[in-house]
Design a protein around this ligand. Structure first.
Ligand code: NAD
Length: 249
């Protein structure tokens, strides 16, 4: 039920953190996985490391905030592999500031990478999935898009709330073509993204999590594998919370 043998997957922001874990998890269950990232060094390093382990991966440089870059990446994948079965929109940047300290350029950048990037990738991939009458789109949102929480700006939280709205509406439009569109909303997860949190802040974060620890990248990767597999064929427009109970619907 969870095998992805023969499937072609793209993971944006796949070179590090949660994306890296998703790349590993998808390729371990058989998918050929494209590590699509702006960070060329980390992407190439991961590609070499996973190839050595016998996994089918390829690094492609992309900036999800530039539509031409996204369109070229998708064109290259389709030319090489003939199809795209799975798209994981994971690339994202965190910004933490009070509203009066967010200038126009920062607001634009955060929305552009986190939300417009998801739109660009979906727009480029959807025609291929409709042609195939098959597809799994998984968007990485955040608990910050659902609830108020310290250590994130309104720009970041608005971008993540936007991802969940985009997920529902796209699911409404394209599920009839055999395409599932879902999101995963992680809580605070131990990656470079939260490198600025000091020990006191980490303690406070953990004190609010019923499971008693922060998330690990593998926690989110496991939910993504489920949503990429046939086990989730009857789930669409949904957001799965992976947050140790921090936020309960
Ligand atoms: P990370 O910083 O460790 O990794 C992000 C990856 O995205 C990096 O490899 C980076 O190079 C890439 N990237 C950044 N901008 C890009 C662009 N314009 N084009 C292509 N790639 C780009 O972060 P992470 O913690 O692994 O976060 C992954 C996703 O999970 C993000 O969308 C983030 O918002 C979300 N998330 C993270 C947490 C957390 O606490 N770590 C919590 C909730 C949601």
């Amino acid at each position: 039920m969870f095998s992805l043998d023969g499937k072609i997957a793209i993971v944006t922001g796949g070179a590090k953190g949660i994306g890296k874990s998703i790349v590993l998890a998808l390729s371990k269950v058989g998918a050929t996985t494209v590590i699509a990232d702006i960070d060329v060094n980390s992407g190439r390093e991961l590609e070499a490391c996973l190839k050595q382990k016998g996994l089918k991966v390829e690094f492609i440089e992309v900036d999800v905030s530039i539509s031409e870059s996204v369109n070229k990446m998708v064109k290259d994948v389709v030319e090489k592999y003939g199809k795209i079965d799975i798209l994981v929109n994971n690339a994202g940047i965190l910004h933490d500031a009070q509203i009066t300290d967010i200038d126009d350029a920062t607001w634009d950048r955060v929305i552009r990478v986190n939300l417009t990037g998801v739109f660009y990738c979906c727009r480029a991939v959807v025609p291929h999935m409709i042609r195939q009458k098959y597809g799994k789109i998984i968007n990485i949102a955040s608990a910050g898009g659902k609830m108020g929480f310290p250590y994130a700006g309104v720009d970041y939280c608005a971008s993540k709330g936007g991802i969940m709205a985009l997920t529902r509406q796209l699911a409404l439009q394209i599920s009839k073509y055999g395409i599932n569109v879902n999101a995963v909303a992680p809580g605070t997860t131990e990656t470079e993204l939260i490198k600025d949190r000091n020990e006191e802040q980490k303690k406070y974060i953990i004190s609010r999590i019923p499971v008693g620890r922060m998330g690990r990248p593998e926690d989110t990767a496991a939910a993504v594998v489920f949503l990429a597999s046939s086990g989730s064929d009857y789930i669409t427009g949904e957001t799965i919370d992976v947050n140790g109970g921090l936020y309960m619907d």
